[in-house]
Design a protein around this ligand. Structure first.
Ligand code: GTP
Ligand code: MG
Length: 228
């Protein structure tokens, strides 16, 4: 990882996030002190998300009609010009104000990936089932891949663009996030965390199906062990 960050590309997937996206991008735009571009990858939302994004003069909008969280992130990353990519959801659930801390940590630690761990949230905003599911997945990941992370399912990450270009990510949905950690670990890329918090979704519905995602995540972990 470089010790200097010239440009940060923030990649945000959105699917019907009209009630959440403006606050998320405005907070990032106002708090981020590093030179940046904000890329929204929208899955053809029908609730006015695209119009809201266009109404800001600081976001680049990409339409990705193919379904999938991972697919959208991949498309955004392919269009990113920064030497560091930050991925984060557009649903207002992550504490995006921690974005500078994340980049500071990346530079200090010379890390290839920084995760914002939601496990230190004093308000315990994450729902019970999400919390337990996340704990089980994270325990399995840490055990199987000899890594210590506290929140493998965090979708708020800073990633070296060079590192992400060196791994081939194929998962199109939620398992994309786990596949990334597995492939980074295999290449010995340095992964660290910052303590962050979490907020419950204020508007709209979850788009990701929890049961299907859990099966895909476990399948991805097993595939990672088989394919050396
Ligand atoms: N472009 C695009 N974005 C998507 C797609 N599916 C989900 N997203 C976005 O990806 C992010 C994560 O999806 P969420 O619906 O928040 O999933 P979740 O975090 O499991 O659910 P919550 O607990 O409600 O936050 C959100 O910003 C979604 O709008 C998709 O198929 N295409
Ligand atoms: Mg979410």
């Amino acid at each position: 990882m470089t010790a200097k960050v010239e440009l940060v590309s923030i990649v945000i997937p959105t699917l019907n996030e009209a009630g959440n996206i403006l606050e998320a991008v405005t907070t990032i735009h106002e708090s981020l002190t590093y030179p940046n571009e904000i890329i929204i990858v929208d899955g053809n939302s029908t609730d006015g998300t695209q119009e809201i994004v266009k109404s800001t003069n600081f976001c680049k909008l990409i339409i990705e009609p193919r379904r999938g969280y991972g697919r959208a992130l991949k498309t955004g990353m392919e269009n990113a010009k920064g030497d560091v990519i930050i991925m984060v959801d557009g649903d207002g659930t992550y504490e995006v104000k921690h974005i500078n801390r994340m980049l500071d940590k990346m530079i200090q630690e010379n890390a290839d990936l920084v995760l914002a761990s939601r496990m230190y949230d004093p308000n315990k905003a994450m729902g019970f089932f999400n919390f337990v599911g996340n704990k089980i997945i994270t325990f399995c990941f840490d055990f199987l891949y000899s890594q210590y992370l506290s929140d493998t399912q965090s979708g708020f990450r800073a990633i070296s663009h060079e590192a992400i270009n060196n791994v081939n990510l194929v998962e199109g949905d939620m398992a994309f996030a786990t596949e990334m950690l597995i492939k980074f670990k295999k290449r010995n890329y340095k992964m660290v965390e910052i303590k962050s918090t979490y907020k419950i979704r204020k508007y709209g519905k979850p788009k990701l199906q929890k049961f299907k995602s859990t099966i895909e995540i476990f399948t991805t972990m097993v595939k990672g062990l088989i394919n050396k």
